[in-house]
Ligand binder design. Sequence first.
Ligand code: NAD
Ligand code: UPG
Length: 326
Amino acid sequence: MRVLVTGGAGYIGSVVVEELLRAGHGVTVIDNLSKGHADAVPPEVELVRADLREAERLRRLLRDDRVEAVVHMAADSLVGESVQSPAKYYDNNVIAGLGLLDAMVDVGVHRLVFSSTAAVYGEPEAQPIDETAATRPTNPYGETKLALERAFAWYERAYGLRSASLRYFNAAGASARCGELHDPETHLIPLVLQVALGRAPYVTVYGDDYPTPDGTCVRDYIHVVDLARAHVLALSAVDRGSCVYNLGCGGPGYTVRQVVDVAREVTGAPIPVRLGPRRAGDPAILVASSSRIQRELGWRPQLGALTTIVESAWAWLRVHPHGYAH
Ligand SMILES: NC(=O)c1ccc[n+]([C@@H]2O[C@H](COP(=O)([O-])OP(=O)(O)OC[C@H]3O[C@@H](n4cnc5c(N)ncnc54)[C@H](O)[C@@H]3O)[C@@H](O)[C@H]2O)c1
Ligand SMILES: O=c1ccn([C@@H]2O[C@H](COP(=O)(O)OP(=O)(O)O[C@H]3O[C@H](CO)[C@@H](O)[C@H](O)[C@H]3O)[C@@H](O)[C@H]2O)c(=O)[nH]1
């Protein structure tokens, strides 16, 4: 299939592009490079440097490239920032997202794979979380992702759009070519590794009074390559009907302090920590049940051990200490 990947120059998007190519698909990327890196896009892939909100350009691209499916990954995606600046999140994640759906419908593209998030669940009553859990986001990021997900059912009914919403838990790690590089970086694992590299003096732990084994938040880390492979499976399944899948490695998950301990083992660096206040919008525990996608599409995490994930991120960082250009 000819696939348009929005946000394909970003962290997860660049690895999804690699996996789509490996599966034999043709790929075009649209990215405004607000967060992404042109060098993360393989040279054989066309990178259109444009914003999703450039409606006419988007329609032209869908038409001229004869796009058959869209993987929609472009978004703003920081929990803390979304609490400070909800308007930015409604604009980019909902309004730009709806613009994309409208362009797809106009041009006749009816297959969509969407980057959704564990943040749609908020503070769930039970762990691990399956797809039937109530969706009650505790931050605007999760709220805006859920808003777009909810539009899909109505677009399907009215216009025949078929969607796969993939609710990722915490993506981490790297492929051989592509790794996590945000400016500013806010994600735990790359920040911890920056300390190991000597670029920062310590990691701040955001709160240790959560109802978890050591008081710090628990998350379910999933290797970015495992995550990317799920997109290839979802793309070939979407014609059979719209679907929603959680993507994580399952319980019990890892506390913030356990992540730091694993990074100490992998890097051999001391990695000092300091305790800070809770970060607004952070749920205490997010651990996935991914049994639905395992059962229905045969997906399995193959690189699920946290040590493997951190080792891959560390290996990438050591080869690219100054980013893609170096
Ligand atoms: N990183 C995670 O753990 C995680 C977890 C759950 C869901 N997600 C979702 O996965 C997707 C990718 O996340 P990521 O961590 O790779 O983020 P990222 O910021 O690295 O990638 C997003 C890309 O989208 C581009 N972009 C943003 N708005 C755009 C617009 N209006 N027009 C064109 N390009 C635009 C950015 O330049 C960037 O390259 C996001 O939708 C995010 O919400 C990420
Ligand atoms: O310097 C730091 C950074 C993070 N954390 C904690 O580490 C955990 C993981 O944080 P982070 O890496 O920022 O990821 P999340 O906030 O859990 O969000 C990620 O995972 C979500 C799904 O679970 C996705 O929706 C988001 O897009 C993605 O950014 C959280 O408990 C944070 O409070 C710290 O203690 N110190």
